[in-house]
Design a protein around this ligand. Structure first.
Ligand code: MLT
Length: 384
């Protein structure tokens, strides 16, 4: 297996590959790709490519549907960097309400002042602020990061309102009972001193923070965006900042507009850039690739369903990636016929796509294989 890394990936992950996995500089030769933020949207997909693993949560730099159509399984690493991002969100809240950055800059500018110890006492009035205890935060999106942010804010003595129509049972169970879940997002904005975004960039979430939503926010609200730049409409943001609706916008995704906007604290995408998060993401990404290659297991894929294949105990294992629908499974079982000794068959679907693993003892008859290969809807077949 040839593995291409499109970004720097922690050696802790890379070193988990056994010797039959080799790194390549040439992406066109790759069977597997590890990526962080490189833009793959326009990339030509190599015909032999089996899987892509994103060392991070967001997958808006990967053409998921196009990959699925070619039978390329795309994985992400949900939760692996969540603590790193959560900690930076907390820092973002604190530097938004207290002018620590302005104060530190003042000290730098005045470092030659012999009387600096005295001067600070006069100068500091310009860098005061407010506290976060007792304030209300709306956490929009309660996945791995949002859930941790909500809990930390409860621990810091804040009132927390959570919004997530897709919250999983596991995520809900981990939330402290103090988090008030609100079903209507429009009800959240007017109540909050802080609003923190923790959701993916999709067509449905693009510019979700816009003129209309900002008009309903509490005047002086602080908006935190550690998810993706385009969730916020920049033009509307500038108007809201000038009108005093948004007191500060803290973003981990600067762009030419927000980098030059007054009232914006822009951080250079540092949320997951901690040693721990980079290690965790790399380990999880590599383990998922290896388990897919060696067992056919699919875990944390964003374009194919979950498939927990377990160890291979039969003579053959076939992994089929296919379209969901047109009675694919029925046609497959017919194609296997009564003579194929199937010991296990796992099937799952996600959206338009499906995955099936078949364990077989005894011989796999070439004519059976030929029929399976010709099945309508089959995208890729691999012998494990
Ligand atoms: C994420 O999507 O989890 C982060 O953007 C990861 C990163 O910083 O690469």
């Amino acid at each position: 297996m040839k593995v291409a890394c499109l970004n720097k990936i922690s050696p802790l992950g890379i070193n988990r590959f056994k010797p039959d996995f080799q790194l390549t500089e040439d992406v066109n030769q790759a069977d597997l790709i590890l990526v962080r933020s490189a833009n793959m949207l326009e990339m030509e997909i190599p015909s032999q490519l089996l899987a892509v693993a994103r060392a991070g949560a967001g997958v808006n730099n990967i053409p998921l549907e196009r990959m699925a159509e070619k039978g390329v399984v795309v994985f992400n690493t949900p939760g692996a960097n969540a603590n790193g991002v959560k900690e930076l969100v907390l820092a973002g809240m604190l530097i938004a309400v207290r002018d620590v950055i302005g104060g530190v800059e003042w000290v730098r500018e005045n470092k030659a002042d012999e009387n600096i110890a005295k001067s600070v006492e006069k100068a500091k009035a310009a860098f005061g602020g407010t506290e976060i205890i007792g304030k209300t935060i709306g956490v929009i999106g309660l996945g791995a990061v949002g859930g941790k942010v909500a809990k930390a804010c409860v621990d810091l003595g804040m009132k927390v309102i959570g919004y997530d129509p897709y919250i999983s049972e596991e995520a809900r169970a981990l939330l402290p009972m103090e988090v008030a879940l609100e079903a209507d997002l429009d009800e959240v904005y007017p109540l909050c001193d802080f609003i923190s975004l923790h959701l993916p960039l999709l067509d449905s979430t693009k510019k979700m923070i816009n003129q209309a939503t900002m008009a309903t926010m509490k005047p002086g609200a602080i908006l935190l965006n550690f998810s993706r730049d385009q969730l916020v409409d920049d033009m509307a943001l500038e108007l809201a900042i000038n009108a005093g609706i948004i007191r500060k916008y803290v973003t981990d995704f600067p762009n030419p507009k927000t980098a030059n906007m007054a009232g914006v604290i822009a951080i250079p995408h540092l949320g997951a850039s901690t040693e721990e998060s980079e290690d965790n993401c790399a380990v999880m990404a590599v383990d998922q690739l290896v388990s897919y290659v060696e067992l056919g297991s699919i875990r944390n894929s964003v374009n194919f369903p979950r498939l927990d294949c377990g160890p291979k105990t039969s003579r053959h294992r076939l992994l089929l990636l296919h379209k969901n629908g047109d009675s694919f499974l029925a046609k497959l079982t017919t194609a296997l016929g009564s003579k194929t000794q199937v010991t296990n068959l796992l099937n799952n679907t996600k959206g338009h796509f499906g995955a099936t693993a078949i364990d077989v003892d005894g011989d796999l008859c070439p004519s059976v294989m030929e029929t399976i290969n010709g099945l309508e809807g089959l995208i890729k077949i691999r012998m494990i």
